[in-house]
Design a protein around this ligand. Structure first.
Ligand code: DAH
Length: 373
């Protein structure tokens, strides 16, 4: 820059002035430490009110023979100043990046934080425990659809049309199947897993021995009800099956599930459209001092519904009741989980609160850090 400036002197300023200005620019630029200062300098040296801009404006007053040469010098100074500023800005950027890298450097000698490991949800765990016990007794797991028709949820299970039990289930109905009318058009979210009994009996020849874990739906919400909940259904069909088999199977299950060998049990007569006779099973408990203790005391707690499969149900599913008999049972998974683990409010199962899960021993456990052991 200086070489060019040396030979040409703008009319308004001496060449020393511009040389001086440029070395000042360099000197100042070298001391700049922040991006704000860089910007300030850019405005002062190259902005509209800068000395260079002013000199450019005055070019018109310069005699024509000098004008071109002076314009060249001014442009050169402009470019050079801009270069100095850009260089400094580049340096500052690099320094800032280095500082960040230095700060964010990963210390590989630091041992990793313990990883939280997920665990099985209490409902899934309870279902697995139940399945394990029934598997030992020779039951296989069967599944069926959650969206059902009126036939599988009610009619095939011997719920007469307009029977009040249909209303008792607080059913979630879905829009009718297009092009169909009456019961055929009705689609619903299954209100119990008993529907799968029908699918199994229609598709499988006896003997049948299945348990059916699954989601069920009813329009209900309080401490002991949620609109979605889980049931475990059981179905056994064979020749000469009787109530003694039903009782033996369920007593054995309850003793193992609640881990009380001396657990008291009793069966009370009840009513379900799909079983005859029907019963409800209670287990022995104590409620002394407001605390529920299973397997102690003189009190009773209802645990499930069961019975001998109604001949009409067998017929509806293509099984001859003269040849085969069977028993069925159904229980709420949340209910037995609450009893086993002492959980008072069913809704909390579905709130995904890790503190709650941890409190009942289900939450993710911090794994011990292998690097530290
Ligand atoms: N489906 C019944 C309910 O949701 C439970 C039940 C009772 C199932 C008796 C059965 C049974 O298989 O035999 O309330």
């Amino acid at each position: 820059m200086q070489e060019i400036a040396r030979g040409i002197t703008p009319a308004s300023q001496g060449k020393e002035h511009w040389q001086e200005l440029q070395s000042m620019v360099r000197e100042i630029a070298e001391k700049i430490e922040t991006f704000e200062e860089i910007e300030e300098m850019r405005v002062l040296t190259l902005g509209k009110k800068s000395e260079i801009a002013e000199a450019m404006k005055r070019l018109g007053q310069v005699p024509v023979d000098h004008r071109k040469a002076i314009a060249q010098v001014l442009n050169y100074i402009k470019e050079d100043t801009s270069k100095i500023i850009e260089e400094r800005a580049g340096l500052l950027k690099k320094a800032a990046l280095n500082a960040r890298l230095e700060q964010e450097k990963i210390d590989v000698t630091l041992s990793p934080r313990p990883a939280a490991q997920g665990t099985v949800h209490p409902i899934s765990q309870t279902m697995e425990e139940m399945i394990a016990i029934f598997s030992d007794m020779g039951f296989a797991v069967a599944e069926g659809p959650e969206i059902e028709d009126d036939f599988h949820n009610f009619t095939a299970l011997n719920f007469p049309p307009e029977h009040p039990a249909r209303q008792m289930h607080d059913t979630f109905y879905l829009p009718d199947v297009p092009g169909k009318t009456g019961d055929e058009a009705k689609r619903l979210l299954r209100t119990h897993t008993s529907t799968v009994q029908v699918h199994v009996m229609k598709n499988q020849k006896p003997s049948i021995r299945v348990i059916i874990p699954g989601r069920t739906f009813r329009s209900d919400y309080d401490m002991t009800h949620t609109p979605m909940f889980h049931q475990m259904e059981g179905l056994l069909i064979d020749k000469a099956t009787h109530m003694g088999h039903l009782k033996g199977c369920l007593i054995e299950f309850c003793k193992r599930f609640f881990e009380v060998e001396t657990l008291g049990t009793r069966f009370r007569p009840s009513f379900f459209p799909f079983t005859e006779p029907s019963a409800e099973m209670d287990i022995g408990c104590s409620r002394a001092g407001g605390e529920l203790k299973i397997g102690e005391g003189e009190d009773w707690l209802e645990i499930l519904g069961c019975g001998m499969v109604h001949p009409n149900v067998l017929k509806n599913c293509g099984i001859d009741p003269e040849e085969y008999q069977g028993f069925a049972f159904g229980m709420g998974v949340e209910r037995v989980a609450m009893l086993k683990y002492g959980i008072p409010d069913l809704r909390t199962f579905f709130e995904s609160d890790l503190r709650w899960l941890k409190h009942y021993g289900f939450g993710p456990m911090d794994q011990p850090n292998p690097a530290l052991s």
